[in-house]
Design a protein around this ligand. Structure first.
Ligand code: 13P
Length: 230
């Protein structure tokens, strides 16, 4: 299993350091085959070297460096040995306004750089209510321009209506969607959307769930560890 913590716009450099300091000694208890990823805000990136977890960027601009005021490129990530990135999160698509074309450009660039890419897809409630065929049409459209054969590639399915709402997709919905997605992209497949201690067991048991991408429940070391060590 993969356990990925997406802090979003939470935590500071100092609190991230404290968090990782508390997390690290507990990770000796995890299953050695499980992988842990932490995505802190960009200002909290550092070279937190650990054999037990990997730190990635929530976002970056697809350039090495240059005149892109307010953005962070590869030069700023490699200072901290960061070579893992989240691309396509629904908050970036819907709030920041990244189009599929923007997302695909980012993907192509970071693929070229050899980054490990955790690529997020997900449908709105409106689409979900139309049924699985509409959901799959939408999700497949989010692979437009994406080289799904890239080796260093993990997909995160995060239904938008389940993010930060406390409303998790049902086991049946996750099963059906992940089974259909595996036929489209045969890559590790994470589920995200209100994953927490109370539902990790049933979600982790779903056949084609290879891990979870967690927002709210990842913000405290204790609640994230409830997932990693469940
Ligand atoms: P929550 O776990 O807070 O629902 O967020 C999920 C998410 O968006 C992770 O990327």
């Amino acid at each position: 299993m993969i356990y990925a913590a997406n802090f979003k716009t939470n935590h500071t450099r100092q609190s991230t350091r404290e968090y990782l300091g508390k997390l690290q000694p507990q990770l000796s208890k995890k299953n050695p085959n499980d992988k842990v990823y932490i995505f802190p805000p960009l200002t909290a990136l550092d070279d937190y070297e650990s054999a037990d977890f990997r730190v990635g960027a929530q976002n970056a601009y697809p350039v090495e460096n240059g005149a892109f005021t307010g953005e962070v490129g590869v030069e700023q990530l490699t200072e901290f040995n960061i070579n893992t990135i989240l691309i396509g999160h629904s908050e970036r698509r819907d709030i920041i306004g990244e189009s599929q074309e923007d997302v695909a450009k980012k993907f192509a660039f970071f693929k070229e750089q050899g980054f490990e890419i955790i690529y997020c897809i997900g449908e709105s409630l409106e689409v979900r209510e139309e049924g699985i065929e509409a959901v799959m049409t939408h999700l497949v459209s989010q692979f437009e321009g994406i080289d799904t054969s890239y080796d260093n590639f993990v997909v995160a399915y995060e239904p938008i209506w389940a993010i930060g709402t406390g409303r998790t997709a049902s086991v049946d919905e996750i099963t059906e969607t992940h089974n259909a997605l595996k036929k489209v992209v045969d890559k590790p497949l994470l589920y995200g959307g209100s994953v927490k201690g109370a539902n990790i067991k049933e979600i982790a048991h779903v056949e084609n769930v290879d891990g979870v991408l967690v927002g709210g429940a990842s913000l405290k070391t204790e609640t994230f560890l409830e997932l990693v060590l469940h």
